[in-house]
Each structure stands twice: as structure tokens, then as C-alpha cells.
Design a protein around this ligand. Structure first.
Ligand code: TTP
Ligand code: MG
Length: 383
């Protein structure tokens, strides 16, 4: 069946909630984030963005750029409760809703043509519901697949509504920078620039096998995306399920090496369980308890769910490194949540190879026990 996907992303989400709740903040530059010494900006209202303030900037820099701003600390629990209300509305507009973060989701509206005569009217109706019921503004994109729908929702932000139809695809994609393609981070972008690729239109015409020689199997994904092809389906999530593992150490950990080793062992446990129970996870969280008992948690939500040990491990270590922990550690944990059914078609050849590898690893573990097969890095701590 032909796909039709809607992507919704709330505008300046945390800041808009604060402006909704406090009349005196409306129309003013509002900056939400960590207010302590080394805090960073979570988000800024569009009024504040005019001063060059944006997410992930240090609060100190934000204050320099916008001294007249209204600076507020994050109320995560509250924003989460607002997010739940928004998702209730999403669920009324589509049978399958895939959350990407608190303020962002894909809606699968394929096969609803009988119910919907005019998609623009339908999307307007959804936006109006969110304004009327929640006092918040969303930007919406509608397109034949996930990749294009996400691009579309960003095109006319804030208060955007963009529909990309089949006949628009080439025109829309042609002049975009290659960094608009999913999977192109800084490193890949540089490799592509070195080869002379700057715009998506150039990738669209490139030979996948040639590109793969330089950047690996990701090349095939990029050529597909650059031609507006993306077959990933919208995956609904089973509600509030998670799989996790944590361990308190007999002796507090001190070195980076000890810590990464523990994360690797935890990632293997959580990965095995995810695969055994038939899930992949979109959100990976870590928990760190310090010797002083202070507990830190961090999480990352991915665009595509995973159940590969090495993904869990890499994300855990990245999240840990961002915490810049300076104290000894008494407990570490990894939790995978935002679960999806994992027997989804895996799009990319690279992932298929990995999938086979993990099938084999899991088979050995089932037969001979968890300790039989592991990363070489963990071996020296085994009896
Ligand atoms: P985004 O959707 O990326 O940003 P936004 O909703 O604030 O603004 P817009 O979509 O209109 O560009 O993220 C949603 C929320 O997630 C955001 O309001 C705050 C939080 N967030 C952080 O805490 N840190 C970050 O670095 C980012 C990007 C977002
Ligand atoms: Mg947003």
C-alpha cells in the first residue's frame, strides 16, 4: 500500500508552554534551560531566536546575546504531562502514532483516503485542535514517507503546514544541503564534500556502488533518500514498556576504562533481552549513582529503534561522557524504552549483516550461557 505520513513537531515547545501559562511572557524572548553556572539552553522562544539564542547554547552566552530575555528553568515533569495530552490528540487523528520525542511524532495516515477528502483541511483541523485544547502551536508536514514528512514539517516553521506531493519531490530535494539527509553527520558530510558533493540533487544522481567505496553501505541509503525514497514504516509503540539493567559495584569505579567496560556488559545484557523479547528501543537512558549518592539520569531518543549491543553501548558512553562526572561511581544502569516490535523490515544492508551476527550471538548465549560469547574487551575480567 502507498504510504502517507504526517510529521508533527511543536514550535519552541518548552518556551511555548511557559508563554501559554504566563501571559506576561507572551511576545517576549523566553529562554528555558539550566540556570546554574554551566547550564545550557533547552529551547528559546522565536522572539529570543532573533537574538541568535538557540538550543544547546550555554546559558552564559544566551544572556550575553539577549540580556533582556526571560530566563526560566526546565520543568521536565510538567512538560512531559503536556506531551501526553498532545499525543492523545495525535491518536485521534491516526491509527498509528510513532513518538520521536516529547514534542514530535510520525502519524501513519496511509489508507485514510476514504475518510479524508482534503489533506490540508485535515492537517489544519489537527493544528486547530492543539491550539484550542492546549494553547500550543504545531508545525505539520505531510508526504509519501517519513523522511519527506520530517523535512516538510520543518520547512515553514513556526506554525507551518507543508505538503510534499510526488510531483514536488525532485524540486524540493534538489538544492537542499547534503546534511539534510538522515545519516549524514559531520564526518560523512566532510567525506562527501571532499568528493565534490554539496547538494542532495548531486547525491540523487550518484552511483551507489561508487559512493559505497568511499563511505560504506550508508551510500545506498543516501542515494535512496536523495531520490525521495524511504520505505521505513511508522511504528506504533507499546505503551510504557522498558527493559533495563543496573548494577551496584562492590568497589566504586574510578577510571574511564572501568566505566566503559561496565557499560559494555550492561549493553550486552539489555540488548540480548530486547532481542529475545522481540523488541527494539528508540529511547536509551543511563543512570549513574555517585559515591555521594547523587543520581544522574540521561537519555537519548533515536529516529530509528535499535536492539544492537554496540548501539546501546555507544549511546550509553556518549551520554555518560556528556555528564562530565568527576566523582567515583557506585552504580551504573542502562534502560531501553519507547519499544517497538523489532521484526520490522530493516532497511539497510549494513543492519542486515549485524542482525545475522546478533542472531548467532544470541543462539550461542541461549545454548551455552551468557558468558560464552562476549566482546574481547570484557574478557580480562572473566574467570
Ligand atoms: P525541538 O523540537 O528540537 O525544539 P523546539 O520545539 O523547542 O523548537 P522548534 O521545534 O520550533 O524548532 O525540541 C523540543 C524540546 O526538546 C525543546 O522545546 C526543548 C527540548 N530540547 C532540549 O532540552 N535540548 C536540546 O538540545 C533540544 C534540541 C531540545
Ligand atoms: Mg519542536
Amino acid at each position: 500500500m502507498k504510504q502517507l505520513v504526517m510529521h508533527i513537531d511543536m514550535d519552541a515547545f518548552y518556551a511555548s508552554i511557559e508563554q501559554r501559562d504566563h501571559e506576561e511572557y507572551r511576545g517576549k524572548p523566553v529562554i528555558v534551560g539550566g540556570l546554574s553556572g554551566r547550564g545550557v539552553v533547552c529551547t528559546a522562544s522565536y522572539e529570543a531566536r532573533k537574538f541568535g539564542v538557540h538550543s544547546a547554547m550555554s546559558m552564559a552566552e544566551a544572556k550575553r546575546r539577549c540580556p533582556q530575555g526571560i530566563f526560566l528553568s526546565c520543568n521536565h515533569a510538567y512538560y512531559e504531562s503536556v506531551s501526553r495530552e498532545i499525543f492523545q490528540v495525535f491518536h485521534e487523528f491516526a491509527p498509528v502514532v510513532e513518538p520521536l520525542s516529547l514534542d514530535e511524532a510520525f502519524l501513519d495516515v496511509s489508507g485514510m483516503e476514504m475518510l479524508v477528502q482534503d489533506w490540508r483541511v485535515y492537517a489544519e483541523k489537527l493544528k486547530k485542535r492543539i491550539v484550542d485544547e492546549l494553547g500550543l502551536v504545531a508545525s505539520v508536514g505531510l508526504a509519501p514517507n517519513k523522511f519527506l514528512a520530517k523535512l516538510a514539517s520543518d520547512m515553514e516553521k513556526p506554525d507551518g503546514l507543508t505538503i510534499i506531493e510526488e510531483q514536488d519531490i525532485e524540486r524540493v530535494l534538489n538544492d537542499l544541503p547534503i546534511t539534510s539527509l538522515w545519516g549524514v553527520g559531520k564526518k560523512t558530510a566532510q567525506q562527501l564534500y571532499d568528493l565534490g558533493f554539496v547538494k542532495v540533487g548531486q547525491i540523487a544522481k550518484a552511483d551507489g556502488a561508487f559512493l559505497a567505496k568511499h563511505i560504506g553501505n550508508l551510500a545506498y541509503q543516501l542515494v535512496n533518500l536523495a531520490n525521495g525514497r524511504d520505505e521505513r514504516s511508522v511504528e506504533g509503540t507499546p505503551k510504557s514498556q522498558s527493559i533495563g539493567n543496573e548494577v551496584t559495584f562492590a568497589h566504586d569505579l574510578t577510571t574511564h576504562e572501568q566505566i566503559t567496560e561496565k557499560f559494555l556488559a550492561l549493553a550486552e545484557k539489555v540488548g540480548s533481552r530486547l532481542r529475545r523479547e522481540g523488541f527494539a528501543a528508540r529511547t536509551i537512558s543511563i543512570k549513574i549513582r555517585l559515591a555521594s549518592f547523587q543520581t544522574l539520569t540521561r537519555s537519548l531518543t533515536l529516529v530509528e529503534a535499535t536492539n544492537f549491543d554496540e548501539d546501546l553501548y555507544q549511546i550509553a558512553v556518549e551520554l555518560y561522557e556528556k555528564c562530565k562526572v568527576a566523582e567515583k561511581i557506585r552504580l551504573l544502569g542502562i534502560t531501553a524504552s519507547n519499544l517497538t516490535i523489532h521484526e520490522q523490515p530493516i532497511l539497510f544492508a549494513e543492519n542486515n549483516k549485524k542482525k545475522e551476527l546478533y542472531h548467532a550471538v544470541d543462539a550461542i548465549r541461549t545454548r551455552f550461557g551468557n558468558h560464552m560469547i562476549t566482546k574481547a574487551k570484557l574478557l580480562k575480567n572473566r574467570d
